[in-house]
Ligand binder design. Structure first.
Ligand code: ATP
Ligand code: MG
Length: 427
């Protein structure tokens, strides 16, 4: 061999060694787990990363079947899976699956594992196993799945709790609604009850007069009968008797008609308050009848009540509601606007303006302080609890005007000047 060719060989050998060293460095330094197997599955190379993972040395794995090395011996299932993979890759296939290994400290690592064939001249000459540690990714994924499951559980729990609460709320709302209805009914009945003393008082006068005239007539008739039996009945006496009788009967009859009228009007107010029937009625008459039923309360004061309303004004509406509005407003003025001996004037003005009816109710009493004015329509607000006020009167009126009659109500008040309610109702 010439010196030249010997030098060439030397150079080539050095280059080859350098290249092997570089390859080895890359092979060992890479973070991936790489090795080399014979087509039968015997380990002929394993890089440093893969050895470090299980804490073994080359001599523990080289020359052994891959599935008998410490990377796989922890699980019979994984060993069988690998054996099957080796067979398939030895016949030219590419196999990839996720597996797990236990490291030298006993910690589980999830590995994205693949096995590739090296094919030379149509023949599989080697197998390259490759593994990538995906523990962080898998754990993050597991944590995410767990979190999602927990969240779903929480959401389901909350949904159940919410629907239970919702049911409870619905039931509570229904109870409140029925309680409100009962209160409204009680208020209706209470204002009906307020009519009773008025009715009794108004009726006692004409009925009393009737009773007196009829007992007078009875006495006259007994006297006449006595004179007749004693054969003492003169023509003059007979004529006087007839005159007296005529007068007594007239008085009794007028008073009884008055009583019948009163009963009819009270009956109508009472029916209207209780039944809320829509019907045609003459507004002025109807308000007068309502005021008559409150006469007993008014006459115990030094207050006058003035009603301005066109006598011919007749509307189709709910008269019971009008009487309830007037009764509540008037009772409020009597109770809250004046002291016992105060003189004052309460005015009710009703005017028809196109398709609306305007009802202005005003008193010239004490007025309502500003900080109360905003609360008067709120249910249960009352400054007269000790006098038996429930604080429902104005809230019911508000409800009647806005909800039932689709109208509007507002209140203006000035201390020591008085209070004015303006109600507008579509007709
Ligand atoms: N004309 C008025 N003058 C002065 N204050 C009034 C007048 N009308 C109402 N108020 C005040 O408004 C409050 C609420 O009135 P509302 O009619 O709603 O309840 P109440 O009269 O106290 O009780 P209820 O009517 O249920 O018996 C009264 O307690 C009173 O303080
Ligand atoms: Mg009231």
């Amino acid at each position: 061999m010439s010196i030249e060719s010997s030098e060439q060989i030397n150079n080539l050998t050095t280059q080859l060694r350098d290249s092997k060293t570089r390859f080895r460095a890359i092979f060992d330094q890479t973070y991936q787990f790489i090795g080399l197997l014979t087509p039968e599955g015997i380990v002929i190379e394993a890089n440093r990363s893969s050895l470090t993972l299980t804490g073994v040395e080359e001599k523990d794995v080289l020359g052994k079947y891959f599935w008998d090395t410490p990377w796989w011996t922890h699980s019979k299932i994984e060993q069988d899976r690998l054996k099957d993979a080796v067979k398939r890759v030895a016949s030219g296939e590419f196999v990839r699956f996720q597996t797990s290994h236990t490291d030298s400290e006993g910690q589980i690592h999830y590995i994205d594992f693949s096995l590739k064939p090296v094919i030379e001249n149509n023949k599989v000459t080697m197998l390259i196993p490759e593994g990538r540690d995906i523990t962080d990714k898998v754990e993050a994924q597991n944590a995410l799945t767990q979190l999602t499951e927990q969240l779903e559980e929480k959401v389901a729990e909350r949904t159940t709790e919410l629907s239970i609460k919702n049911n409870e709320l619905t039931i509570a709302m229904q109870r409140i609604e029925s309680a409100m209805q009962q209160l409204v009914m009680a208020e209706n009945l209470a204002s009906l009850g307020a009519l009773v003393p008025g009715i009794t008082h108004e009726m006692s006068t004409p009925l009393g007069i009737s009773v007196t005239s009829i007992s007078h007539a009875e006495q006259l008739t007994q006297e006449l009968a006595r004179q007749y039996h004693e054969k003492n009945l003169s023509k003059n006496k007979m004529l006087t008797y007839l005159d007296d009788m005529d007068e007594s009967i007239k008085i009794a009859s007028t008073s009884l008609s008055r009583a019948v009228d009163l009963i009819n009007s009270f009956k109508q107010v009472a029916i209207d308050q209780a039944s809320e029937q829509k019907r045609q009625f003459v507004v002025k008459n109807y308000i007068e009848e309502t005021l008559l039923s409150l006469h007993n309360h008014i006459k115990q004061t030094n207050l006058s009540v003035q009603l301005d309303c066109d006598e011919a004004l007749s509307i189709e509406s709910y008269p019971g509601m009008y009487s309830q509005i007037i009764t509540n407003l008037l009772m409020n003025s009597l109770i809250y606007a004046y002291d016992k001996e105060d003189e004052g004037k309460i005015k009710i003005q009703v005017t028809k303006k196109n398709k609306t009816l305007e009802l202005i109710f005003s008193d010239d009493g004490k007025g309502i302080p500003d900080n109360n004015l905003s609360k008067i329509f709120t249910p249960f607000f009352s400054t007269g609890k000790e006098k038996g006020g429930s604080g429902l009167g104005l809230s019911i009126i508000h409800n009647i005007v806005t909800e039932k009659m689709h109208g509007h109500i507002e209140c203006k008040s000035q201390i020591r000047k008085g209070t004015q309610f303006t109600i507008t109702l579509p007709i």
